[in-house]
Design a protein around this ligand. Structure first.
Ligand SMILES: Cc1cc2nc3c(=O)[nH]c(=O)nc-3n(C[C@H](O)[C@H](O)[C@H](O)COP(=O)(O)OP(=O)(O)OC[C@H]3O[C@@H](n4cnc5c(N)ncnc54)[C@H](O)[C@@H]3O)c2cc1C
Length: 216
């Protein structure tokens, strides 16, 4: 696995607690959906972050939520362009079988920064047939929603009614007729993933078509 120091190109603050971190790619390879271990140099502490940028882009980009009191994310939020970050990877099996892309419909279900690997899929695979159900507290947390094809993203908001649906992703999904031929990718917090998994199974979606990635 390649391990090295990558120059910070910039930090862009998307909301009060979420930011995107841009790093020089320096030839690092990854499969869309994979994550990297990232940390400050010489701290020996790192955390996993999924690639937000597509696999054909010049830079590596990550979408990170600042966890109050956290060991790594608050430090990453404060890095400045020109500093260096330790990056190790890529890892993980939360990926799409490329042979399915032409023939298959995908449904991506995320909470918060769990949308990161789905943004990476969309950027990496032009022509992907997808729909994203994204749960956030506020509509302002539907990060970079113009990067998705019109009508392909449903933002479910719990604390305002300025998204596309007022309520949790689970509230939205129970109202939907879900297609059994679709592949469902779930990413975010464990409770959401458990609840959505149960809803999908109750709607006759095969467990072999439900792929999950737990962030915390
Ligand atoms: C495969 C994988 C990919 C991931 N990709 C991303 C990503 O793309 N973007 C991203 O923002 N995070 C991602 N995470 C989560 C990330 O690895 C860290 O767990 C998170 O940034 C917190 O790290 P910390 O050191 O700041 O907090 P810690 O010091 O690890 O934790 C402090 C406290 O906060 C709690 N906590 C941890 N994470 C969260 C959270 N997200 N929300 C609320 N409470 C939390 C912990 O349980 C602990 O009690 C991913 C995790 C995994 C396993």
């Amino acid at each position: 696995m390649p391990r090295g120091l990558h120059r910070v190109l910039g930090v862009h603050h998307l909301t009060n607690d979420t930011f995107s971190l841009r790093l020089a790619r320096d030839g690092v390879d990854f499969v869309p959906g994979q994550c990297f271990n990232i940390g400050l140099p010489k701290t020996a502490v790192n955390r996993e972050y999924s690639s937000y940028s597509g696999c054909n882009e010049e830079e590596l980009q990550f979408l990170i939520r600042n966890v109050d009191g956290g060991e790594v994310s608050p430090k990453l939020r404060q890095v400045k362009a020109g500093e260096f970050i330790e990056v190790d990877g890529a890892y993980g099996l939360f990926v799409i079988d490329p042979s399915l892309i032409a023939s298959t419909q995908f449904c991506f279900i995320a909470t918060g920064t769990g949308i990161a690997p789905f943004h990476c899929f969309v950027k990496s695979y032009p022509g992907l047939k997808y729909r994203i159900v994204h749960g956030t507290r506020y509509a302002t947390e539907a990060y970079n929603r113009t990067d998705y094809a019109p009508g392909c993203l449903v933002n479910c908001t719990t604390r305002d009614d300025k998204g596309d649906f007022h309520g949790r992703v689970t509230d939205y999904l129970v109202t939907q007729d879900l297609m059994v031929a679709t592949y469902y990718y779930l990413c975010g917090n464990r409770n959401m993933i458990n609840d959505v998994y149960d809803i999908l199974r109750a709607k006759d979606i095969s467990s072999s078509q439900i792929i999950t990635e737990v962030f915390f």
